[in-house]
Design a protein. Structure first.
Length: 114
């Protein structure tokens, strides 16, 4: 069991890491390293689960405003109880050439465009 001093130290460390992550002058590399260390400290929880629980990947599509967990694969979301087609009626459960001529069956899995 942790003592009071180490709990205060851990809390202060967490506060400093959070400040560094949101600071615009912090490099992306350092932000990734900090987030990686935080994720590693959560024993028994995988990367995607942490992203899901903390809403790190949830946001609006810049093109259409559709909200989703963009950085988490659909099959990982499904394992955590999130089925995009059930959460958002605009998303078809199954796609084909008729519903999505460009992406067809991959439509539900496509999240990132360039």
């Amino acid at each position: 069991m942790a003592n009071k001093g180490s709990e205060i130290f851990d809390k202060k460390n967490a506060e400093v890491m959070a400040e560094l992550i949101v600071d615009p002058s912090t490099t992306d590399t350092l932000k990734v390293n900090i987030i990686t260390k935080i994720l590693e400290s959560r024993e028994g929880i995988n990367f995607f689960q942490t992203m899901f629980e903390e809403n790190l990947s949830f946001g609006d599509c810049p093109c259409c405003g559709h909200q989703n967990h963009w950085a988490i694969p659909e099959d990982q979301l499904n394992q955590m109880g999130w089925v995009t087609s059930k959460m958002d009626k605009k998303v078809s459960e199954v796609t084909d050439e008729k519903t999505c001529p460009q992406w067809q069956q991959a439509c539900a899995k496509k999240r990132i465009t360039t």
